[in-house]
Design a protein around this ligand. Structure first.
Ligand code: COA
Length: 207
């Protein structure tokens, strides 16, 4: 299902809302975001970065930064949630997800700017990822987090995920959710994209 081209992806963005109604734009990362993305990760608290990457890093290492900027390659995607701050489009959250076709699963990780944590951004982002998972044809979505990460564990629990041990690392816990969403329940850009690519593959299906 690697038929999506970056040219196509650029047009698609979603709107997320914080608990208090602030509007965020969720879109695929673009090459022009390189500096802003690195700035976002540098600005995260040490604890948030540790929780996101399970290790002490001060910024994205070059290879990982490169991976983050590849959208659609090997069914891996990065999305950024942005808002206008003093006239600049500023990244306030990000998520990276990978579709594993062999197991029909979507694996993901995410983070929210420390100043915006606790405002419902993580909850809204997870919902959106659920739609993206469904659009890609995933039957389950899962992520891993440190056992000490109470916030992520609480967010996952409230979002309907179940917990299992990580297969290889006792310090991590895996949260997993069966995907049951229908397109109308949680609209997202990926769903529209998937519908369009199906129509393109089979024009009569749209009639
Ligand atoms: C984990 C994370 C993504 C949650 O995002 P968020 O936007 O803060 O989450 P929300 O505001 O939607 O809160 C969802 C739930 O998380 C829990 N939560 C939020 N902030 C919390 C805190 N400071 N302490 C404990 N639980 C907290 C609450 O249960 C909350 O639900 P409630 O508001 O109904 O009580 C965010 O804290 C983060 O980016 N952390 C650093 C990176 C990370 O840990 N990533 C996860 C690894 S994949």
């Amino acid at each position: 299902m690697s038929t999506l081209r970056l040219d196509d992806l650029k047009q698609y963005s979603d709107t997320l809302r914080t608990r208090h109604g602030d509007v965020l734009t969720l879109r695929f990362v673009e090459p022009r975001d390189t500096d802003e993305l690195q700035h976002y990760f540098r600005s995260l608290s040490t604890r948030s970065r540790y929780n996101r990457f399970f290790g002490a890093i001060s910024e994205l290492p070059k290879g990982l930064l490169h991976d983050f900027l590849q959208v659609g390659e090997r069914e891996r995607f990065t999305v950024v949630a942005t808002m206008m701050v003093d006239g600049f489009e500023t990244i306030v959250a990000e998520a990276r997800y990978a579709f594993h076709a062999d197991t029909s699963t979507l694996e993901f990780g995410l983070s929210v700017d420390d100043r915006w944590q606790g405002h419902g951004v993580g909850t809204a982002l997870l919902k959106n990822l659920e739609c993206r998972a469904a659009a890609l044809g995933a039957e389950h979505m899962f992520g891993d987090t440190l056992r000490s990460n109470d916030t992520m564990i609480s967010l996952a629990r409230k979002s309907g995920f179940a917990f299992t041990n990580h297969p290889d690392d006792w310090k991590l816990v895996r949260f997993d959710k069966e995907i049951t969403v229908a397109p109308k329940e949680i609209p997202c850009a990926s769903w529209r994209l998937a519908a369009l690519s199906r129509q393109a593959a089979s024009p009569s299906a749209s009639a």
